[in-house]
Design a protein around this ligand. Structure first.
Ligand SMILES: [Zn+2]
Length: 135
């Protein structure tokens, strides 16, 4: 039922609008329409992401704790990129730049609490970090 309300109804709404809208240029109404649908979609996604695995309600998950589990550093990667660019007089010149990339992964354990049924659960989360610097 919730799926029908939150996904199918707006979907049918959008479809119907674009089937019936006069063919021609984009107008202001289209813009307002697209913006509001996008906002609604993002809002729904945020709520959906924060759903409870027990009572399935949307937007009830609250992060109560976040523990650092692991930190892993990957070996530094060296690489170069060659590009063809134009100089001031319009001649094509080849430029090679050297880079190094440091990457690491941090693993967290997030603890959530449902504000509706008070169910608690844990989710592992990985955060990748890449830093590219020119050398
Ligand atoms: Zn719940």
């Amino acid at each position: 039922m919730k799926f029908i309300l939150r996904v199918a109804v707006p979907g049918v709404f959008v479809f119907t609008y674009f089937m019936w809208r006069p063919i021609g240029k984009w107008n202001f109404v289209d813009l307002v329409f697209i913006v509001s649908i996008s906002v609604f979609a993002i809002y729904s996604y945020v709520k959906w992401s924060a759903r409870c695995p027990s009572c399935k309600r949307w937007g009830t998950a609250q992060k109560i704790k976040s523990d650092l589990l692991d930190f892993k550093e990957s070996p530094t990667r060296h690489f170069s990129e060659t590009k063809i660019e134009k100089d001031f007089s319009g001649n094509k010149i080849q430029i090679t730049r050297n880079y190094k990339e440091d990457s690491s992964t941090t693993k967290y354990l997030d603890r959530f609490l449902c504000s509706s049924c008070e169910h608690e659960w844990e989710v592992e989360r990985n955060e990748d970090n890449n830093v590219k610097t020119e050398i």
